[in-house]
Design a protein around this ligand. Structure first.
Ligand code: C2E
Ligand code: MG
Ligand code: MG
Length: 726
């Protein structure tokens, strides 16, 4: 490879360099060398020198040609086209550029002959070297292949070992079965779970493991897997153990296919969930049963009702007895919770005894409420019969702590076809009907009927819409004059609230005041009424002053009466709110009269009367409304801060007839005398006839209110004077 001893000089040296250039240009495109072309030229130049030396050597030897051939292969001039190019260039240019002018003995013909012999040896060396190299490469390849195979085998072995380790030590049960279900392998865990040995497991077939509690889809999915239609499925599945206990598992079965995609094995992974399931069942039991009585609770009851009512439940009709113990609160309050609890337990037992063996569900819905759910009754009478039995069973006294308690209850019955009502509708209807039984005196059952339901539901929807109604300004006031009996002039007016309901039209206070009282909305509503009424009273005052100036008959009311309901009475802001309203309007307290029902004050202690007393001290008038309808305690009158008694309409009614009811006459006379003795004025309500009016005036009543004078109407009625004949 290194240049020979012949050091070319001068022209020869330049010639060989040019040869190397030509040679490299011709060869470069067909080599696989990583050298640049310039580098290749440098690489070829010594070879050219060697060949040139060989031509001029004496005696001639073609052997260096072989070395050059080998060198060319080592220089990666090895593509199939390389050799002809290599030789072609030597043939055409070597003699031309490699001639040694000093060697006069060598003719051109001789030089050519030597050159072609060199070409032969170059070719031979080249071919030999190429073959050697290919063989070497092949050998390296097969060595590498061999090494790779060993590595693969080792890896396979390692993964097989790993798999075995996983298989054997897994805390999850693993078993592999063929497509006929024969178990080929099972790990220790699965054997332990099944209470068998691995060998025993290997003798089993998965198709034997049918359990009565299997979910219906288990075996369907398994068949699909075996047919290759699905690749895995996951279910909760029970297995019978040899000792009779049941193993519950989370089972995942996967299909293993061969390289052609044909199903080969079924791989089952089993997780033991027996404990978890027991815990779940216990929690579920606790979540669905009442601790005290052991009966199903509201949750379970709701689930059953849901199922019974769904059209798909396969049941034609349903029946529900909704029961509430009458006066249970009194038992609890007077005898204590322990006795109350024992009573509930006893009631639960009685209820169960009535339904034993019938398949009906008895549940404790909460507090002292129970329910019995009847599946597929033949009609309402069936359910009513159960209600009668229940009431009879409860009527037999229950002995608790040496006391004999007899239990009364109110039952609401709903019965009907499945698939029509929603559970909440049924429950609402049952609740409404139960309250109807209670209102009718209790210790009875009532059957649900759509009309009473509608009325109650109406009440329900009114209640829901009350708050928005106040915001939307749907309330308005009417005023009814209070007439001074001595001269027939208007003394004051009572403000009466109405609701302009967007759907139901005009609603009277009896429809919504009790609801507002119940929900607490009466407080803001009452404040609104007071503001409006006081503002109206101010307007009337101004009107009066103006009329006085004009010398007209002044008939605008001097005072406005505002009704207060019990809840307002006990609201801490009553006094400050009232004062604020009066101050805002700039009105004297004596121009406001607050009407309070007598019943709201019964049993009120001094603390509870304090706000009213404060208002009275400020100068606000206080009237006792509907007097005579409650448990009137005349002795009580003395300590109340009232200034007026408003005698209820029920007394004046007796005076309408001819001759007047003597009892009512006596009563009214007595009240008037007593009231006057206590310094109270008397107003009579419900004066509808002239006869009543004159009688009441004779009896000494101070003020009167009623249709005879005027029905409640808009404030403007008073604007143009109010002509009343006494
Ligand atoms: P109340 O305070 O006893 O009001 C008198 C009721 O008797 C009014 O009924 C009035 O329209 C009616 N009335 C007046 N004269 C006659 C008559 O000659 N014959 C008959 N048969 N009835 C007559 P209304 O307006 O339906 O009010 C009913 C009750 O609603 C009131 O009874 C009052 O307790 C309550 N109420 C009215 N407005 C309010 C209010 O703003 N707040 C509160 N808390 N309750 C109110
Ligand atoms: Mg009133
Ligand atoms: Mg009244």
């Amino acid at each position: 490879m290194t240049p020979g001893p012949h050091e070319p000089e001068g022209l020869e040296k330049d010639g060989l360099r040019r040869f190397a250039t030509i040679w490299s240009r011709a060869v470069y495109p067909v080599t696989q060398t990583s050298m640049t072309r310039a580098e290749l030229e440098d690489y070829l130049h010594p070879l050219a020198v060697k060949l040139c030396d060989a031509i001029h050597e004496h005696p001639f030897s073609a052997a260096p040609g072989r070395e050059v051939g080998v060198a060319l292969v080592e220089g990666h001039c090895t593509s199939p086209d390389a050799l002809p190019h290599l030789l072609g260039v030597i043939d055409a240019y070597l003699v031309l550029y490699g001639r040694d002018p000093a060697n006069k003995n060598l003719s051109v013909e001789e030089a050519r002959a030597r050159c072609s012999r060199l070409q032969h040896t170059i070719a031979a060396g080249f071919t030999q070297a190429l073959r050697d190299r290919t063989l070497g490469e092949q050998e390296a390849l097969s060595r590498a292949a061999l090494a790779a195979q060993t590595a693969v085998e080792e890896a396979l072995h390692a993964s097989e070992t790993r798999f075995r380790a996983v298989f054997n030590d897994a805390t999850i049960g693993i078993s592999i079965a063929d497509m006929d279900g024969r178990i080929r392998d099972a790990n220790e865990t699965v054997a332990r779970m099944f209470g068998r040995s691995v060998e025993e497991m290997r003798r089993r077939n998965v198709n034997e493991w049918v359990h009565p509690d299997d979910a219906p889809e288990v075996w369907k999915q398994h068949r699909q897997l075996v047919r290759g239609e699905r690749d895995h499925f996951r279910v909760e599945k029970p297995y019978q153990r040899p000792d009779g206990t049941v193993l519950w598992t989370n089972l995942t079965v996967s299909l293993l296919r061969d390289p052609e995609g044909e199903p080969r094995y079924q791989l089952a992974l089993l997780e033991d969930i027996t404990e978890r399931r027991l815990l779940h069942l216990r929690l579920r039991y606790e979540a669905t049963h009442d601790e005290l009585t052991g009966l199903p609770n509201r949750t379970l009851f709701a689930e059953r009702l849901d199922r019974l009512l769904s059209a798909s439940g396969g049941v034609k009709r349903f029946g529900l007895c909704y029961l509430d113990i009458d006066g249970f609160k009194a038992v609890n309050d007077s005898l204590g919770h322990a006795v109350g609890d024992q009573l509930l337990v006893a009631v639960a037992e009685r209820l169960q005894s009535c339904t034993a063996g019938s398949g009906h569900l008895v549940a404790r819905i909460g507090g002292d409420e129970f329910a019995a759910l009847v599946t597929d009754p033949s009609g309402p009478e069936d359910v009513a019969e159960l209600a009668r039995q229940v009431l009879a069973a409860l009527a037999t006294p229950i002995g608790i702590d040496g006391r004999e308690l007899s239990v009364r209850a109110s039952i609401g019955i709903v019965e009907g076809p499945s698939g029509e009502l929603r559970p909440e509708e049924v429950m609402r209807s049952a609740d409404i009907t139960m309250y109807r039984a209670k209102d009718a005196g209790g210790n009875r059952y009532e059957l649900a009927d759509p009309d009473s339901d509608a009325r109650a539901i109406d009440r329900h929807s009114l209640t829901n819409h009350l708050p928005a109604a106040l915001e939307r300004d749907e309330f308005f006031l009417e005023y009814q004059p209070l007439i001074r009996m001595s001269d027939g002039h208007v003394d004051g007016a009572e403000a009466l609230v109405r609701w302009k309901h967007p759907v139901h039209g005009r609603l009277g206070p009896d429809r919504f005041i009790p609801l507002a009282e119940h929900t607490g909305l009466i407080v803001p509503l009452g404040r609104w009424v007071m503001e409006q009424a006081v503002r109206q009273a101010c307007a009337w005052h101004e009107q009066r002053d103006a009329e006085k100036v004009k010398g007209a008959a002044a008939e605008a009311p001097l005072r406005v009466n505002v009704n207060l309901s019990p809840r307002q009475l006990h609201h801490p802001d009553l006094v400050p709110d009232t004062v604020a309203v009066l101050e805002a309007a700039g009105m004297a307290p004596s121009s406001l009269c607050l009407e309070v029902t007598e019943s709201a004050l019964i049993g009120a202690d001094e603390d509870e009367l304090k706000p009213l007393r404060q208002l009275a001290e400020l100068g606000v008038e206080i009237a006792l409304d509907d007097f005579g309808t409650g448990y009137s305690n005349l002795a009580n009158l003395r300590r109340l801060p009232a200034t007026t008694l408003k005698l209820d309409r029920s007394f004046t009614r007796g005076l309408q007839q001819h001759p007047a009811d003597p009892v009512d006459v006596t009563f009214v006379e007595g009240i008037v005398t007593l009231a006057h003795a206590l310094g109270l004025a008397v107003t009579v309500e419900g004066v509808e006839t002239e006869h009543q009016a004159s009688q009441l005036r004779e009896m000494g009543c101070d003020t009167a209110q009623g249709w005879y004078y005027a029905r409640p109407g808009p404030a403007s009625t008073f604007q143009h004077g109010f002509a009343v004949t006494p």
